[in-house]
Unconditional design. Structure first.
Length: 628
């Protein structure tokens, strides 16, 4: 095979250029992180080689010890990071360095504001990896060779970070990657032995490979000898008591590619039937692509300290996809593949054990550190809400972790637990009431809440997309049924006083001829017209049957192109309302029909539904107003 050696100049993908520009400003105050990022990449590359070499020993090319080297050259004003890991082919380089192949990148860039501090957070969440080199360097040259390929397949990539890069094929006997940073004017602080060692021990101490720097002689001059600067043992293998919070935090930043501290972690060595160690973290913030259910999961799988794979989604269910960390098994075979992981008893055991640990960690936090838990909930609550549907076995424990907005406060913050709700239930109340709506305000102002307000009964206000899905699977909590206030018959049972019952009966008696008239006027448009026990201020509302989807959800699905069975709503009218009483007096059939349609249409609108012919609605409304 002939080798394509030509040198080509290419442009960065537009997104990369934008990111580079914004990142350099936003992260400047934190510039030393470039070293952590490049060491992280080097360590990942060594992990990958070790794994691939399990099935193809030749990839090691006779050089067994994996290591990372960091050096600097005062004269040339360069810092070099070198690894003997998997390396890259020419195609790999073009694909990996110079493009960002992540969905949602454009949306992410759109969120950046130019406000340095805010952007730094966002960019941190996004992860800048290799590109962070350009914070301190005005030229970066990466030379690499993929393990197992001939020396003639070396590749050199070079760029000043302003829009273009060059790639050429070069001779490179050593496998692995070398990144040379030509420092910008004023960045000489990194041409310092002590400074570099300090950064390495601060951020990369836990990297399980040796990170080496040239040994210095008594005069401070570099010798030919290399010495290990970091601790170089896998953090999770050490006893808990010997690991400081700072070490746990630094390790998190490495595994999670996050710039922020984690919110909490749980570190466990499990012995017995299966032996494994897990170190699992809850991040503080949601990564920008968390909502994508197909995105990569954050657990790294190791077998006896050998890295096996990233994003082992079999280790964490989707509703806990925000968890990051490592699992290291002693029982799995080293040659395990993704396919084998699928139906593996050991993996199933590790997974259910890890889920328990995470749920336990969250439960502790909710109990002992409610403010911290709120931070967690605000970031990841919507994901956790997928839990009861996905994880039937743990649904009670998950239910205890849920938080909702509620009429108790009326605020949009989701901070009411089901247990809080139950503790406040009225005498005689045996049901947990909720309403689902398109947004918090719509929920809070729904006519369905009127009678609950009057009786002082709390209603949970559910307005996340996932909520309909949640309540379809979570039908009870501690023996109390969860029920939508907008669906099915409403029986407020013993909370209704005799007096209230009597007043309702009288009001119904007064307008009792009305129901068949409205029914006739609306014909096929409704399933049934009946008197309501739900309303105090509104004249009418739509009621759905127990297993029907809320109107705003039906709307969403229709917009997404799904065809739904045509269902007809039940219209409930408020016998005590003036509009209803006036309709009772209306003798003109045509005008009565107009009022009846208006009643139905406004009830649909209040429910977040959409009218089939809004212009017609407006015309009818105006006719009625002018004739009234
Ligand atoms: N030293 C290296 N050896 C081999 N491949 C590397 C090396 N550095 C980077 N790469 C490749 O380039 C890709 C992009 O690296 P980059 O640091 O930009 O992002 P990342 O590490 O994938 O994620 P993040 O942006 O979250 O850090 C890596 O996924 C890897 O495939």
């Amino acid at each position: 095979m002939s080798v394509d050696t030509h040198k080509e100049t290419r442009s960065f993908q537009t997104e990369v250029s934008q990111l580079l520009h914004l990142m350099i400003n936003a992260l400047y105050s934190n510039k030393e992180i470039f070293l952590r990022e490049l060491i992280s990449n080097a360590s990942d590359a060594c992990d990958k080689l070790r794994f691939e070499a399990l099935s193809d020993d030749a990839l090691m090319e006779g050089e067994g010890e994996l290591q990372i080297q960091v050096a600097y050259d005062k004269e040339a004003r360069t810092v070099t990071i070198r690894d003997n890991g998997i390396g890259m082919s020419r195609d790999d380089v073009i694909e990996n360095i110079g493009t960002i192949a992540r969905s949602g990148t454009r949306e992410f860039l759109g969120q950046l504001t130019g406000d340095q501090q805010k952007d730094a957070h966002l960019i941190g969440q996004f992860g800048v990896g290799f590109y962070s080199a350009f914070i301190v360097a005005d030229r970066v040259t990466l030379t690499t060779r993929r393990a197992g390929m001939g020396a003639e397949h070396g590749v050199r990539w070079s760029s000043d970070g302003t829009g273009e890069f060059t790639v050429e094929t070069v001779e490179r006997p050593e496998r692995g990657t070398e990144v040379v940073l030509h420092l910008k004017e004023g960045e000489d602080e990194f041409l310092d032995d002590w400074r570099l060692r300090h950064i390495i021990t601060r951020y990369s101490d836990h990297i399980p490979l040796p990170i080496r720097m040239p040994k210095r002689d008594d005069e401070g001059n570099a010798t030919e000898e290399w010495e290990t600067v970091n601790r170089a043992s896998a953090l999770w293998t050490r006893p808990k008591g010997e690991i400081s919070d700072e070490e746990y935090q630094a390790f998190y930043k490495h595994v999670a590619h996050d710039f922020e501290e984690p919110l909490a972690w749980t570190h466990n060595r499990v012995e017995g039937r299966h032996e494994y160690t897990s170190l699992l973290y809850i991040p503080k913030r949601a990564p920008f692509d968390l909502w994508d259910r197909d995105r990569r999961h954050g657990i790294k799988l190791y077998v006896q300290r050998v890295f096996i794979m990233d994003d082992a989604e079999q280790l964490m269910p989707a509703y806990l996809r925000f968890v990051r960390g490592v699992v290291d098994s002693n029982d799995l075979p080293l040659n395990i593949s993704r396919e084998i992981l699928q139906n593996n008893r050991i993996i199933d055991g590790i997974r259910s054990g890890s889920v328990k640990k995470v749920l336990g960690l969250l439960e502790d936090m909710a109990k002992n550190e409610p403010e911290k838990y709120q931070t967690f909930w605000d970031a990841f609550g919507r994901v956790l809400k997928e839990g009861p549907a996905e994880d039937y076995a743990n649904r009670e424990q998950i239910a205890r972790l849920l938080r909702f907005a509620s009429t108790h406060t009326g605020e949009a913050t989701q901070n009411v637990s089901l247990a809080d709700y139950v503790a406040r239930m009225k005498e005689g109340q045996d049901t947990i009431y909720y309403i689902t709506a398109d947004n918090h305000t719509a929920a809070l102002h729904s006519p369905h809440l009127e009678v609950f307000r009057k009786r002082g009964i709390e209603v949970l206000l559910l307005s996340d997309r996932v909520d309909e899905w949640l309540v379809a699977h979570l039908t009870e909590f501690e023996g109390k049924a969860l029920k939508s206030v907008a669906k099915g018959d409403l029986d407020l049972g013993e909370t209704e006083t005799e007096e209230e019952k009597k007043a309702q009966q009288e009001a119904e008696e007064q307008v009792k001829e009305l129901l068949p008239r409205i029914q006739e006027a609306l014909g096929e448009r409704v399933q049934e017209v009946r008197f309501s026990h739900r309303l105090t201020d509104s004249p009418a509302c739509i009621v759905l049957s127990e297993n029907e989807m809320a109107l705003y959800m039906q709307q969403l699905l229709k917009q997404a192109g799904q065809s739904l069975p045509d269902t007809k709503p039940v219209l409930e009218v408020n016998p005590g309302h003036r509009l209803i009483q006036r309709m009772d007096q209306e003798t003109d059939t045509e005008r009565f029909g107009g009022w009846a349609r208006l009643l139905l249409d406004q009830a649909i609108l209040a429910e977040g539904g959409q009218l089939e012919d809004p212009a017609d609605f407006v015309r009818r409304l105006n006719t009625l107003i002018t004739s009234a």
